[in-house]
Ligand binder design. Structure first.
Ligand SMILES: Cc1cc2nc3c(=O)[nH]c(=O)nc-3n(C[C@H](O)[C@H](O)[C@H](O)COP(=O)(O)OP(=O)(O)OC[C@H]3O[C@@H](n4cnc5c(N)ncnc54)[C@H](O)[C@@H]3O)c2cc1C
Length: 278
């Protein structure tokens, strides 16, 4: 029951799903394994959905700026496979993003330096400009934050916002979890596999084989060494719970029902006595 993959990606949040998709598009055989029941159910589902390009390092900024155009052309990025997602497509709203200059964020000077290096547009907005564009905005300073119990909660602390930076290449996505599901479908259209409710419990370093699953006992043996870039998945994580102790290699265990042996015993293939529940 073992399958081989060019890449096994632990996690199917927005990052893991996108990594799987990019590799699958590149012709790699990939597997995403996630402990949760669906793609994008981790941090991704808690995201405020803001898509922005102002980051504090050149690399992160360049990556985000490139990705902006994929959000803008979501249909094109996903290709026909992802665009056919039965759940529908996430929508990107290209609103731009206004961030106020504060002492706390270094008045965004570092961000602007990086944007200059990468020729990414931005605009300095004066308080007057902010109020022209956002008349409801209150420019009074409320920093530092206070708890609800504080008697002066909601009271201005003196001073006023001195301006902001508007980043036109920004916006928000309608539903980060759905966006991740779209990418999953796009990846699957390129042959990628996703497995959910399967937690990686160990990554043995000796034999190049890793172990995952609720209640998994698994085996790692040496034949994988020398197979550069290949990882082997042992079996369906929800079913695999036990193996016998034949053969060498590493064994890890977790809670689970033990079963009688009925597994594959093929040392040459790299795993031994993988047993399954009925
Ligand atoms: C409240 C909040 C608001 C945010 N707002 C924004 C925003 O507006 N804009 C923005 O760009 N970013 C925002 N972020 C950050 C953004 O959500 C994360 O950077 C992004 O979702 C990370 O994606 P990920 O795929 O790396 O992580 P996750 O979405 O957390 O995916 C990781 C996955 O790995 C799985 N996993 C972990 N360990 C194992 C294991 N051992 N075996 C199997 N599976 C495993 C988890 O189950 C999970 O599904 C926000 C984050 C939070 C919490």
């Amino acid at each position: 029951m073992a399958d081989t993959y060019d890449a096994v990606i632990i996690g199917a949040g927005i990052i893991g799903a996108a990594v799987g998709y990019e590799l699958a598009k590149d012709g790699k055989k990939t597997l995403n394994v996630d402990a949760l029941p669906a793609a994008g159910y981790g941090s991704t589902s808690n995201s405020c959905a803001i898509i922005r390009v102002h980051y504090s390092t050149v690399d992160a900024t360049a990556l985000a700026a490139e990705a902006y155009y994929d959000w803008l052309d979501w249909h094109g990025y996903l290709g026909p496979g992802g665009s056919a997602d039965d759940s529908g497509l996430a929508a990107f709203h290209a609103t731009g993003c206004l961030v106020m200059k504060t002492a706390h964020n270094g008045r965004l000077e570092r961000n602007c330096e990086i944007l200059d290096q990468l020729s990414i547009p931005y605009e300095h907005w004066s308080p007057k400009r902010i109020l022209e564009r956002l008349p409801l905005y209150d420019l009074k300073s409320f920093f530092p934050p206070k708890t609800l119990e504080d008697d002066s909660f909601g009271e201005p602390t003196g001073g006023a916002v001195e301006g902001g930076v508007f980043f036109p290449t920004a916006g928000y996505i309608s539903d980060p979890q759905l966006a991740t599901h779209n990418i999953q479908r796009a990846a699957e259209a390129h042959g990628a596999t996703f497995r959910f409710n399967a937690k990686v419990t160990a990554i043995p370093t000796a034999g190049g084989e890793f172990v995952f699953g609720a209640g998994v006992k698994a085996h790692c043996s040496a034949p994988w060494e020398g197979r550069s870039g290949a990882a082997r998945v042992l079996a369906d994580s929800e079913k695999v719970t036990e193996r016998s102790q034949s053969g060498g290699g590493m064994s890890t265990s977790a809670a689970g029902r033990s079963t009688s042996a009925a597994g594959n015993d093929d040392p040459a293939a790299g795993y031994v006595d993988l047993c399954r529940l009925a």
